[in-house]
Structures are given as structure tokens and as C-alpha cells.
Design a protein. Structure first.
Length: 76
């Protein structure tokens, strides 16, 4: 993506339980780029794990109102 100068401003993740795997594989993207993430997690455990991963990369994590396990993540 960076080599083509194409970078999304928002990434939506809804992968039916594989959210943590996606984030673990996206380390360079999380570290080097500033885009918002919307992450649908499929359990309370995944919610907390994904929240910790995002915060470790400097993201502020909010919950989408009205949804049980939706993370809204952004860097300042």
C-alpha cells in the first residue's frame, strides 16, 4: 500500500472470531500509519484482547454506542 501511496483512512474488521489474528498480522500498518479502525469482535474476551493490542500501538479505543462488541480506534 505505502509503495503505491494508497492508504485507507478507515479499516473495518469483521472476521467472525479472527480479529486478534488480523491485528497481529497488521503490526506494520498499526505502527506506521494513522487510520481509524472499526473492529467487530465476537466475544468479550476478543474485545479485551483487541483493545489491548490497539492501545499498545497508541490508539484511543471507544465503544460504538448501541453495539456490544464494536471497537472504534483512532490515533490522535
Amino acid at each position: 500500500m505505502a509503495s503505491n501511496k494508497i492508504m485507507p483512512s478507515v479499516i473495518k474488521v469483521d472476521v467472525e472470531g479472527a480479529e486478534k489474528l488480523v491485528l497481529e498480522g497488521a503490526g506494520m500498518l498499526l505502527r506506521d500509519f494513522n487510520c481509524a479502525w472499526i473492529i467487530s469482535t465476537h466475544s468479550s474476551v476478543l474485545y479485551e484482547e483487541c483493545k489491548m493490542i490497539m492501545e499498545s500501538y497508541g490508539y484511543i479505543v471507544d465503544e460504538l454506542m448501541g453495539f456490544h462488541h464494536e471497537l472504534i480506534c483512532r490515533k490522535l
